[in-house]
Design a protein around this ligand. Structure first.
Ligand code: TXA
Ligand code: MG
Length: 316
């Protein structure tokens, strides 16, 4: 399929494709998304196909105003608190769904994930199409999420009808996902909005921890290996600076190429995390050696992604 590329002044054309049941990749403040009309099951099928995504992994529905939320889901007091404070922005909330949301969007669950993004282009695309837009990240399943247009082009050219070209995403990690379907709010995925900020509004929020593989996973996305570059990521969760250099020398002695990636828990680092992964793959590194960052603010989301990407975690 021939993929049409649009700039930020051609959003109307991209919106027409959404209305026609086609796929469009678009920027958001977190990562690029791969969108389709959330109320059109045939269009949604195309997302799973283009991404090679397992169909038991539900999608986030992107909306441009609160009226759309009321059409799709049942509001809750705690949701209202979060929405008033953090929307538009990098927060996804999970609420009990209404019948209108097709099963294929929610992978058969009775809840739906909703997000009202702050990116101007995303909001215009939703408004001009007149549809809620279901969208996962615009990467091939298992690859790092795309945070620049070039990444989207690499993964999706020829697989989707349209793409909106824009700059790199502000956060570089996906949205924070909070499940509000039970009595206690549950943080399912740390992301662009920090746990510290969530706690200001919901002091009783719990962080979901998957106890063992047998337990039914709360968020199907969590059971898949994720975010992995082709290079092996080695994560160093220890204080010693020398250890990481020792490993680098060791790999190089064996004729391998190893790159040390230095990060901190700032937005400048999170913005570039996935970009580094893709860049080092392109340069042909065999190993990416990363020192752990502090698990505060954006550091919690970064460590979550790094642990999922790691083939090995060195703790001593
Ligand atoms: O920042 C983001 O959230 C980006 C941009 C495009 O908005 N989207 C994104 O989507 O990261 P995706 O599909 O890569 O991740 C969605 C996550 C998955 O882990 C999925 O399992 C979970 O949200 N999810 C979706 N609906 C759910 C539901 N009803 N219950 C539990 N988890 C759900
Ligand atoms: Mg994803």
């Amino acid at each position: 399929m021939k993929t049409q590329i649009f700039n930020s002044r051609q959003i109307k054309k991209a919106a027409s494709l959404i209305k026609e049941g086609e796929l469009v990749a678009f920027p958001t403040e977190t990562v690029y998304g791969l969108g389709a009309d959330a109320l059109n099951p045939e269009a949604i099928k195309k997302i799973f196909k283009a991404k090679r995504r397992p169909s038991d992994n539900p999608l986030i529905v992107h909306i441009a105003d609160i009226e759309q939320l009321h059409e799709l889901a049942y509001m809750k007091k705690k949701a209202k608190l979060l929405i008033d404070r953090f929307w538009p922005g990098p927060l996804t909330i999970i609420l009990k769904k209404k019948k209108i949301v097709p099963d294929i969007v929610t992978a058969g669950m009775d809840s739906v994930a909703l997000r009202l993004p702050s990116n101007r282009i995303t909001l215009d695309l939703i408004r001009l199409s007149g549809k809620p837009i279901a969208a996962p990240s615009a990467n091939l399943s298992g690859k790092p999420s795309p945070t620049t247009f070039e990444h989207v082009y690499q993964d999706m050219d020829g697989r989707v009808s349209g793409m909106i070209r824009s700059g790199s995403c502000d956060y570089g990690v996906e949205s924070t996902v909070v499940d509000l379907t039970s009595r206690k709010p549950l943080l399912l995925r740390p992301g662009g909005l920090s746990l510290e900020k969530l706690q200001e509004v919901l002091p009783d929020i719990k962080v979901y921890e998957q106890k063992d593989k047998q337990e039914k996973v709360r968020s199907p996305g969590m059971k898949y290996r994720h975010y992995s570059p082709d290079a092996k990521v080695i994560l160093f969760e220890l204080d010693s600076k020398d250890k990481i250099k020792e490993y680098k020398k060791y790999y190089e002695k064996k004729g391998k190429r190893a790159k040390i990636l230095r990060l901190d828990n700032s937005q400048a680092s999170s913005k570039n995390l996935f970009r580094y992964f893709r860049e080092y793959d392109k340069k042909g590194y065999d190993y990416i050696l990363v020192k752990a960052v502090e698990e505060q603010h954006l550091g919690l989301a970064m460590m979550n992604r790094l642990r999922k990407a790691a083939s090995r975690i060195i703790r001593e």
